[in-house]
Design a protein. Structure first.
Length: 318
């Protein structure tokens, strides 16, 4: 039994295809198939049912795949220990980040992290939360930066900071007469929202749950965005309001800042965390990411205060 064979087994289990697994492992399909067959002969068990499409994992195969992931993670842990001892970090690291955080963290993170850890190659992609969870379970990414809590089994969460939600109004909105607002001031008939699939959309609907129950569709048109910045522009040009994460407002002009209103206590916030799967062991590198990310957010966001309320991610559809 070899580490390479275990890597091949996990790849086939992940992609349900010998061809796709071979491509991901950068070997030919016959080479991968031969190594898995050798392992099956050595163990005297069948790991995969090759007669099904996509390929199915046998009951014993499931157990061996699970154990293989643990073994492979421990191999990575050896490298992590060596790098920690030598005070050097290197290698590839696959990081996912949700679109509602990426514009405000990613540019600074890429710049600072490359300077601090030039031997680490970050491979970053934007994904929505559901896709991130799937990618973590399939070992397609190492970690992700997103809004939590996820309440998903097999996923570890490392909370980093708490970002306040603020309301952003058009100039003629009546709520601007108030210094502080409540969820009741958020008119869902006039709000601009993100598309379904974005956890921030669900958090806003949960914030305004009472209005959701009473809402009747009266708009002359319907639009949902996949981009937080687009929501702000829609308010500027078409009126209404939206709810934004506070990081999105840090570069606002004075006239835009005048149209922001904070919520009365308990202040609604989203918890932002780095998450990994249960088998992740490159803790030294993960800590380095945490340190660099925290340098990019205001100090007030790094502590969860009693007068804040973390909004849930799960929500009924609007």
């Amino acid at each position: 039994m070899t580490i390479t064979q275990l890597e091949y087994v996990v790849a086939v289990a992940t992609y349900k295809s010998f061809v796709a697994a071979a491509e991901k492992c950068f070997v030919t399909q016959p080479t991968l198939s031969m190594q898995i067959q050798k392992l099956e002969e050595e163990l005297n068990v069948k790991l995969f049912d090759r007669n099904k499409h996509p390929i199915a994992i046998t009951a014993m195969g499931e157990a061996i795949v699970h154990q293989s992931k643990i073994i492979l993670s421990q191999v990575e842990r050896i490298n992590d220990l060596i790098q920690s001892e030598n005070n050097t970090l290197s290698g590839d690291f696959k990081l996912a980040i949700i679109p509602t955080i990426a514009p405000y963290i990613l540019p600074g993170l890429l710049e600072s992290y490359a300077k601090a850890y030039p031997k680490v190659k970050l491979q970053i992609k934007e994904l929505e939360t559901d896709h991130i969870v799937k990618a973590l379970r399939n070992n397609e990414i190492d970690a992700a930066l997103l809004s939590t809590p996820l309440e998903e089994s097999g996923i570890k969460e490392y909370p980093l900071f708490y970002e306040t939600f603020v309301a952003y109004f058009a100039k003629d909105e009546k709520a601007l007469e108030k210094k502080m607002i409540t969820p009741a001031d958020i008119s869902l008939e006039r709000i601009w929202l993100l598309n379904e699939g974005h956890c921030m959309r669900n958090q806003i609907l949960n914030l305004c749950s009472e209005q959701v129950q009473k809402l009747q569709e009266e708009r002359p048109y319907h639009y949902e965005s996949s981009n937080v910045e687009t929501l702000r522009k829609m308010v500027d040009r078409n009126g209404g309001l939206t709810v934004l994460p506070e990081l999105a407002t840090l570069e606002f002009f004075d006239d835009q800042l005048d149209r922001i209103r904070y919520f009365e206590e308990p202040e609604p916030v989203r918890e932002i965390s780095l998450v990994t799967n249960d088998h992740f062991v490159r803790l030294t590198l993960l800590q380095s990411l945490m340190d660099e990310i925290l340098k990019l957010v205001p100090e007030k966001m790094r502590v969860q205060k009693k007068n804040r309320k973390v909004l849930r991610i799960q929500s009924a559809k609007l």
